[in-house]
Write a protein that binds this ligand. Sequence first.
Ligand code: 2BA
Length: 163
Amino acid sequence: MIDAAVEQLLLEDPKSYVIPADIVATVTATNTLEHALMVLSKVGYTRIPVLAPDDHLQGLLSLSAVTDSLLKVPGAAVDQLSGVQVADVMQPVKRWVDDPTKLEKILNLLVDEPFLPLVTEDMIFQGIITRREILKRVNYLAHNLDREYQVTRRELDPAAENR
Ligand code: 2BA
């Protein structure tokens, strides 16, 4: 369990670590890979969400999936990606959160995931929580813990140390 003081400081402003949907780069499942490659190159991110027209989260598209698809055909040129759709290469979403205050879960999942999609109960995309934004909160915590709390080291129990 996360220490209560740590949790309180990290959670002071949960909205501050959510990147809202309207500024997240996304593609739709019916976009061609040529279009998706253009989006990925323009925004500079390596993996972005795939959304349905009604904003349902459908999957994730990675740059490596696009390049893999290109390399499958010997001598293929980028314009051949116009014959393949995002739906053909996107990956399923395995990890997401539906509440930005579920810090324990968020911290655990972000160990392995660079970002987590934030969705409603029925999987409508709300935005993402990235490692960068969470690390910014952790940095704030590291610099401000002793402003609001008196942090003192517990007396160590020598018997417990030798166990
Ligand atoms: P990656 O694209 O692999 O990016 C890893 C880290 O590299 C990012 O970490 C960020 O610190 C930096 N970075 C890469 N491209 C950047 C760019 N165009 N502008 C600014 N910084 C850039 P995080 O910021 O923690 O993001 C973690 C992951 O979340 C990213 O992994 C990407 O998959 C996704 N992501 C972040 N912001 C996004 C956005 N606005 N739209 C779509 N996906 C986003």
